[in-house]
Ligand binder design. Sequence first.
Ligand SMILES: [Zn+2]
Length: 139
Amino acid sequence: MENTDETAAHRLTITVDGVDLPVDEDVRQVLLENLRTEFRDLLVKNHGVEVDQDDVTVATGYRYVQVAAECPLCGERLDLLSVHLDNENGAYASARCSDEDCEWSGDAVYRIIDLEGGESNAIESSVLTGDITPSYDPY
Ligand SMILES: [Zn+2]
């Protein structure tokens, strides 16, 4: 990930609110799994977009962005050097590996997002150096 635009271009998020999903957990899981397969097939067959089945995630509930706290080179803990709030609902932070023999350092831009009413093209977080890929987890 070289820049924040690229983060957005490589991830597609579709949000569906107000759905009464099956209460039975097994039935719900089958429905989600079917959606995953059908959505992937739709992208490939109808739109010519190549997507691996493993890259499609269908999940219920909200999700948050997490950036790894370990160095991408050696796995040691990262130290946050500075955090600066910006003027647009976000912050800029630099990090450095805590291992004295490791040279890794990086920067990240964070955006605080209101999931209920956020902009559709908002980017939650991006590690500017491209070494760390943010992960998206349910909460
Ligand atoms: Zn390191």
